[in-house]
Design a protein around this ligand. Structure first.
Ligand code: ADP
Length: 270
């Protein structure tokens, strides 16, 4: 409860400049302009690439990328009082309790606020209707991007994920090549390979085994998919089907977000 109070405190002391007022699923929102405080959410199945696209977008827009999965992994590696409880839950592909997640998120937001951060893109939160209701009760989310990828690719993408244990960079060694069939187009996604110096330091997440990924996908469909409907009914959901790997998807995502000429607009407004 204290965590939620802190979240309320944080969000009410920050001015909200809603970026996409009147946003609808037909995507007619305005792009961010200077002094506007982005408050976006990225939704999507495990393996879809939420982290990749959310973190790229954060660098592009200059806002913090807050991934609750990263907060959980950080807590796990800190060997704090919650670690053993969390590792059991995460390694079985289950969701951490709303209370623990709210605590971790509130602390992250408070730390960010103390450092003068403004706005955010949330990745991996909310994941349940309860979390969505809490968030909706304390702040005004402007836009929710729902990333989608063909199911055939999701498992391979999760199993191909690698992180460099030294620099923390995220990579993917999966090479996806889905043949076109019965009128459905084919799709290929090149691997996202690490630079030479990271090659020998790659590690795989403990919860990226086939069994656990399948359980996470099942849980996503059961508990997290309803969150899409929650935001759709509020006119905040932008559906974005990834057409392939980063080279094809990134420009299209910017276009869908009305950000394709963002840099030009920023410098024109400066
Ligand atoms: P992915 O999207 O690949 O499944 P994440 O890195 O977002 O993985 O999350 C890893 C794990 O952290 C999840 O399987 C879950 O156990 C926990 N977790 C992350 N975010 C939440 C959340 N909002 N609510 C509950 N558990 C969460």
């Amino acid at each position: 409860m204290a965590a939620i109070t802190r979240l309320v405190k944080r969000t009410t002391t920050t001015p909200f400049y809603s970026l996409a007022r009147g946003f609808s699923s037909t995507n007619t929102h305005a792009p961010p302009s200077q002094n506007r405080n982005i408050q976006w959410v990225f939704l999507g199945c495990p393996g879809v690439g939420k982290g990749t696209y959310a973190s790229r977008l954060c660098k592009f827009l200059g806002v913090p990328h807050i991934a609750t999965g990263d907060l959980v992994r950080h807590e796990l590696s800190s060997n704090g009082p919650l670690s053993s409880q969390l590792s059991e839950i995460v390694n079985q592909g289950q969701l951490v309790s709303d209370e623990i997640i709210m605590n971790l998120l509130s602390k992250r937001l408070a730390d960010g606020q103390a450092k003068g951060e403004s706005g955010f893109i949330l990745d991996g939160f909310p994941r349940t209707i309860k979390q969505a209701e809490i968030l909706e009760g304390v702040t005004d989310i402007d836009l929710v991007v729902n990333l989608k990828l063909r199911e055939e690719a999701l498992l391979a993408k999760c199993l191909g994920r690698r992180t460099c244990s030294q620099c923390g960079g995220n990579f993917n060694i999966a090479s996806i090549d889905i043949k076109g069939e019965n009128g459905a187009p084919g799709m290929s996604m090149a691997p996202l390979l690490p630079p030479e110096h990271c090659m020998s330091k790659l590690i795989t997440r403990a919860d990226d085994t086939e069994l656990v990924v399948k359980e996470r996908l099942r849980i996503y469909n059961e508990l997290s998919q309803p969150v899409e409907g929650f935001y759709r009914s509020r006119g905040k959901l932008l559906e974005f089907e990834l057409p392939g790997g980063i080279p094809e998807s990134w420009p299209k995502l910017l276009q869908a977000l009305n950000l394709d000429d963002y840099e030009e607009k920023q410098s024109a407004a400066a």
